[in-house]
Design a protein around this ligand. Sequence first.
Ligand SMILES: [Zn+2]
Length: 269
Amino acid sequence: MIVTPPDFSPVLEPRDHPAPLTFAFRGDEMLAAEGGFALAGDEACRANGIAPEATVPVGLLGGVYCRAVALPDGAPAAPGYAFRTLRSFFGIVDDGHLAVAFRGKQVAEWARTHRYCGACGSATQRMPGERAMKCAACGHAAYPRVSPAMMVLVKRGADILLARHARGPRWSALAGFLEAGESLEDAIHREVREEVGLEVKDLRYFASQSWPFPHSLMVAFTAEYAVGELRPDIIEIAEARWHAPGDALPELAPPQSVARALIEANLSR
Ligand SMILES: [Zn+2]
């Protein structure tokens, strides 16, 4: 599971560094030298037409200054460089660098989409000492958006409930975004009821993970089955089934995700 490494600290103001790491995004894709990860040094940025002023400070990773930028749709890659999906680096790059890329993607996208005030439309400026964009005209401040989402692995004795989302081939725990006004517990009861027709009890916190597609905070729990008959809603959940100890495992969520950690921690072997 990808978490922020202990040798990372956030930075709000640009730093001078002889060879900064630049995480440059175009949507869900990241720009890197072929066979590499991120852009190392200023020369790589110059080659790709990225001005240091266009980047947003992210932090220090083992003393190396890391910054990020969100490039417009259609931005080209210089010869020797390529855009690749962030997910294509899973398992190839160390998790510490991936965690910083996750953070950089969210910060850069937030900066790109908050250049103007959402209240009055005037240009915004970075607020000194805070991760915020402030409008000089009306005072409105915008902070990076984090969207909480709950994930829950439902257990019944030694069995666990796995579901396959209608959008993909992988099996996972149930998950969904919170609605305004909901607690995590409210969202768990609602989503489990809506997605598979069950009632659950005994919610237990497992772990949380920032997930930059586009800016989720996944908060994972386990819950015990209480009552109801398994009835997937078909629209969001294509299939759901109880996985018993010894059953062959289907294709699961990637090892970098909290979903995989949640499932593996609760598999009876
Ligand atoms: Zn304003």
